[in-house]
Write a protein that binds this ligand. Structure first.
Ligand SMILES: [Zn+2]
Length: 547
């Protein structure tokens, strides 16, 4: 038995060596962030850190630890060009928005794109296909996918659970951060005395640090906070890690994001003051804890975060914002009770209303409409409201009544199923679609959140327009084609050169492609663009070009 000992010892040593490989920085430029972990992004938490590169694409990305490239994904949206490196210590590092992948991976991706005739690909690799050593260049920084400027989005995930980890608060990197968070806006909301009737805004403090007067609040209210963090050397507004609200030194509400729960990230809509965000505003974290909010493992609260004032005394309300390095900002308000000042807003009496409980499935049927909402779609009990807004409008292609379904200010965690009766001639049945109703119509699908909907017909094929410069559709080595569909919307665009599929990307109504000498010999060619809308109307356009 004795002779096995050295082997076991060696194994433990080498595992330790792997575990102790310290992550290096992915970029050569000094460490600075454009976005941090856990930022509030309306319908999800930012699950990585955005590393700054100084405004230009093309910097090399170094893999932070040894391992192997386990996955790459390409999409016009999301991470754009994304690359995943799995490490032996049980983590996977993820790099998003790349300009390009390193050469062998790029070749493999392009091969797959041509084999499947698809721009978007998602490839998984075995450990022996693309092994990498710490520091190897796996690609260059870009601005692809849902990115508003050159930067590197980097995550570290727990490989097994596919859980994104807050690696800055874990101390994997140590940025200089001695600056405290800042408060931008603080709002107070009165809770209606009628059950289910919701709340309304009573104070909107846009200079929250400057308030000296005692704030008058009704018997029951809550507070919502817009705060961001600052760090040395970057102008970016970064994530506050922890929010706290206390009344007379008793904690009413605390939220700490921890590791972003990717499976429950959508419950951010219940954490924030949803109507403020929806109006294009910033995300304010509210103290009110709704019973169906499944982020409750990250929330500590008393009285569901409601500020209750039932005496005439002046109380102290303290708001705190704390960043991941423990820098803290606090605001103190004097508050007292004064019910008489607060009048609930007059409600639209033309709306019909039904009490809906969040833990039940709910449904409504009314003449030409029925709507079903599954249990767990709501986070709180509500009065569900609805109304017929208008009748059919053939000139606009609207072939049903127009229905307002619920209030769009109420967030849903899951969509409901909507049916609206419509008068559609049999030959046009496949041209009918459920539409978001507004100044323009757009495809909504039948599973919808609260909003206004109708059934519309689309028989018009998309419009195609080549972008030209001096009668030439080739600009350098690129061709760009504008595509538009005023009805249901563009479903897909296909590009063929000399009759063969050619790689192109459709994004924001523009099809773009790069002419590559290794794919296409120099000379005369014909390009054909085929565009379909969601109702299956198709148009195409062919042009000759040389390059
Ligand atoms: Zn990011």
């Amino acid at each position: 038995m004795k002779r096995f000992f050295p082997l076991v010892f060696a194994l433990v040593l080498s595992l330790n060596a792997w575990a102790q490989e310290q992550a290096i920085r992915p970029l050569d430029v000094p460490m600075s962030f454009a976005g941090t972990y856990g930022e509030l992004r309306h319908d999800h938490f930012h699950s990585g850190v955005d590393w700054r590169v100084g405004g230009k694409v093309g910097d090399d990305i170094h893999v932070i630890k040894s391992g192997y490239i386990s996955r790459v994904s390409v999409s016009p949206w999301g991470y754009g060009n994304g690359i995943y490196v799995t490490h032996p210590d049980g983590t996977t590092s993820v790099y998003g928005h790349l300009l390009r992948f390193c050469e062998p991976v790029a070749r493999r991706v392009e091969k797959e794109q041509y084999a499947t005739e698809s721009f978007s690909v998602n490839l998984r690799f075995a450990p022996d296909e693309f092994p990498v050593k710490q520091g190897d260049v796996i690609g260059q920084v870009g601005n692809t996918g849902s990115s508003a400027g050159p930067h590197l989005h980097m995550e570290i995930r727990d490989t097994e659970q596919d859980l994104s980890l807050n690696y800055i608060s874990r101390g994997v990197y140590k940025p200089i951060d001695k600056t405290s968070p800042q408060f931008h806006r603080v709002c107070f909301y009165a809770l209606d005395t009628l059950p289910l009737a919701g709340s309304w805004r009573i104070h909107n403090l846009t200079k929250p640090e400057a308030v000296r007067d005692t704030l008058v609040l009704p018997w029951r209210s809550y507070v919502a906070i817009d705060a961001t963090d600052r760090q040395e050397g970057t102008g970016a507004k970064l994530a506050v890690e922890q929010y706290r609200v206390s009344l007379d030194d008793t904690l009413l509400f605390a939220f700490k994001v921890g590791d972003v729960p990717t499976d429950r990230g959508r419950y951010i809509r219940s954490l924030i003051q949803y109507d403020e965000s929806r109006r294009g505003g910033r995300d304010l974290v509210k103290s009110l804890v709704e019973p169906g909010n499944r982020l409750d493992d990250r929330i500590e609260s008393r009285h569901r975060g409601v500020i209750e004032l039932d005496d005439e005394a002046v109380h102290t309300l303290m708001l705190e914002a704390i960043d991941e390095h423990g820098n803290r900002a606090a605001l103190r308000y004097r508050v007292r009770h004064g019910d008489e000042r607060f009048q609930a807003p007059v409600r639209d009496s033309t709306l019909q209303a039904l009490p809906w409980l969040w833990y039940m499935q709910n449904s409504v049927t009314d003449s030409t409409m029925s709507y079903y909402l599954p249990a767990g779609a709501l986070c709180d009990n509500i009065y569900f409201t609805w109304k017929k807004v208008a009748g059919p409008d053939p000139a606009r292609g609207i072939v049903s009544d127009v229905w307002q379904i619920g209030s769009p200010d109420i967030p849903l965690m899951r969509a409901g199923a909507l049916e609206i009766a419509a008068d559609v001639p049999p030959e046009l049945e496949d041209k009918a679609y459920m539409a978001n109703y507004g100044r323009t119509l757009s495809y909504s699908g039948v599973n919808v959140r609260f909003g206004t909907y109708c059934v519309a017909i689309d028989t018009v094929a998309p419009a195609i327009q080549f972008v030209e410069r001096k009668k030439n559709i080739v600009d350098g080595s690129r061709i760009r084609i504008r595509v538009r569909d005023d009805g249901s919307g563009i479903e897909a665009a296909r590009v063929e050169i000399d009759g063969k599929w050619y790689l192109s990307m459709l994004r924001n109504g523009v099809v773009s492609l790069e002419l590559k000498p290794e794919r296409l010999r120099r000379g005369k060619h014909a390009i054909k663009v085929i565009v379909t809308d969601i109702c299956g109307n198709e148009s195409h356009e062919t042009r000759d070009f040389s390059y």
